[in-house]
Design a protein around this ligand. Structure first.
Ligand code: SF4
Length: 316
């Protein structure tokens, strides 16, 4: 069987430090696995390319974790593997997530050279107190500097991730965060409500009464505030958590192009086909979903033994 077109997600499960609220499949202190992990990724990508007969690819998304912890050479190995195994379209959207505490101007310039044309910065808040509560490795100043550095090297499509509904967050601080985000004029914003996940340090803080539990009604207000502020600033709310700079009227009345809506997000939103590579990565195509083993060392071991990293599957 061959496929018409699809999206690729590549999971990099490494972080400099675990954030207090995070229960994603990401780990600090596994730097010794960077090289074998990328070797395993390259192998998995090559096998999939053969298995699906090198189909066209419209979007590639390097997510995590913190992909920018990997050296440019390792990121290059991954993207070269994608281009060898799949027919990656010359205009493909190639996104890389970046944590502002792990990047500088040179790293952004390297990403541009690798063909990354969309950046997703995990800013989360423009209040230093809130960043401390979340256990982020960066400050507000660092986030703004990272944004400016990305712009300076030519990134023309940048997303900022923000979180709302934080314990103790007030309408005023949320508005300030939105205002500072809008002032930077990113092309795209992703806004997520904080959810307190069992087993995280933040969940313990809440359970022990050191931090107030999030207020769901207030979080709903924050969402409405964001909708108003972002609409006023010219952002289109094109998907539950995502806003993009205005849709663009095509010349000659040829319709409306999606502007800076994230094409990779739209693949998920429209139930399109995607392949996920790496520890815990999910795939969905041809009426089936499956996902890989979560633990990076187990993922590497499976690929080294030329075994499938697939863990579970379900039919839709
Ligand atoms: S940087 Fe992202 S993936 Fe890593 S620990 Fe923080 S929230 Fe989780």
């Amino acid at each position: 069987m061959s496929l018409d077109t699809l999206s690729l997600y590549i999971h990099i499960p490494f972080c400099q430090r675990k954030c207090a609220y995070c229960d994603f499949n990401s780990y600090a202190g596994l730097d010794h696995l960077f090289i074998p992990y990328v070797r395993a990724l390259v192998a998995e990508i090559a096998i999939a390319g053969q298995r699906w007969h090198h189909p066209p690819v419209e979007t590639v998304y390097l997510g995590g974790g913190t992909p920018t912890l990997l050296s440019p050479d390792l990121l290059d190995d991954i993207l070269v593997a994608c281009r060898q195994a799949f027919a990656v379209h010359p205009d493909a959207e190639i996104t890389c997530e970046a944590n502002p505490g792990t990047v500088d101007r040179q790293r952004f310039a390297d990403l541009r050279c690798l063909g990354v044309n969309r950046l997703s910065l995990g800013v989360q808040s423009f209040e230093d107190d809130e960043l401390r509560l979340l256990g982020r490795v960066h400050t507000v100043e660092g986030a703004e500097a990272a944004f400016r550095a990305a712009r300076a090297v030519g990134f023309a499509n940048i997303n900022l991730d923000l979180i709302f509904g934080l314990p103790g967050q007030r309408r005023g601080t949320w508005r300030r965060t939105l205002c500072r985000a809008i002032a930077l004029a990113p092309e795209h914003l992703s806004l997520y409500a904080l959810s307190i996940e069992e087993g995280t340090p933040l969940a313990r803080e809440v359970a022990e009464g050191h931090v107030p539990p999030p207020d769901d009604d207030l979080a709903a207000d924050f969402y409405l505030i964001a909708s108003d502020e972002l609409a006023g600033a010219g952002y289109v709310h094109y998907e539950i958590s995502n806003w993009a700079r205005n849709e663009v009227d095509e010349p000659g009345g040829a319709g409306v192009s999606p502007g800076f809506s994230c094409r990779h997000n739209l693949t998920y939103w429209h139930n399109g086909s995607y392949l996920g590579f790496g520890a815990g990565a999910h795939s969905s195509l041809d009426g089936r979903r499956w996902w890989n083993v979560r633990v990076p060392a187990e993922y590497i071991e499976r690929l080294e033994k030329v075994q499938s990293p697939r863990w579970q599957r379900e039919d839709r």
